[in-house]
Design a protein around this ligand. Sequence first.
Ligand code: GSH
Length: 220
Amino acid sequence: MAQPDYQLFAFWRSSATYRVRVALALKGLSAEEHYIDLDAGDQLGNDFLKINPLGAIPALIIPGQPPLTQSLAILEYLDETVPNPPLLPADPLGRARVRSIAAALAADTHPLIVPRVRQYLTTTGGFDLAAWRAWQIKWFTTGLQGLEVRLATETSTGTYCHGDQVTIADILLMSLVAVMRVFKISAANTPTIDRIVALCETHEAFANAHPLRQEGAPAP
Ligand SMILES: N[C@@H](CCC(=O)N[C@@H](CS)C(=O)NCC(=O)O)C(=O)O
């Protein structure tokens, strides 16, 4: 069997890992996954903290190189080293728009619902599980409904978030939708997002990255 191109520290449900899985598949690259059980706290074990001292996945190991962390940085690295198919538009304004959509989801939405935030809020923060769920719903839907307004009104929206090709913006959108489904949360009144999600789902790269299709996932 061919050697994988990379090693990927991953967890079945991880939204940020999903992004890397999709990008690797779109670029025709392979990675051997190493399971970091976020529910068991593996991300805070000494072995993994040597790979990412911030205790978060994904981490991508390129042979002979220090680990790469932060999904957006990894996506851009993959796009620069394997240019086809491109995951960013050719023009600077287009690239800025795609990066803006991606950052709105990766930096302003997703970090609010990760396990370390749940852990803090449900202990020190005094949240019970109902308050945590209300928090999850609030920030997921705030992020997606804000994006819906952008996608529905900005002229650069095409069949995908930007134009008619998959970009990093679509990967980020799908990564949020994928975990919202795991948590059984949906945002109402997002017809543009729903249309783009349905189109992305027709791609094998997205379908195969689905959280419930990963090792360690519960039976659907
Ligand atoms: N901004 C980071 C987010 C990394 C992150 O928070 N990953 C989550 C899983 S999706 C994690 O490992 N969380 C561990 C924790 O919160 O304890 C990225 O895009 O890679």
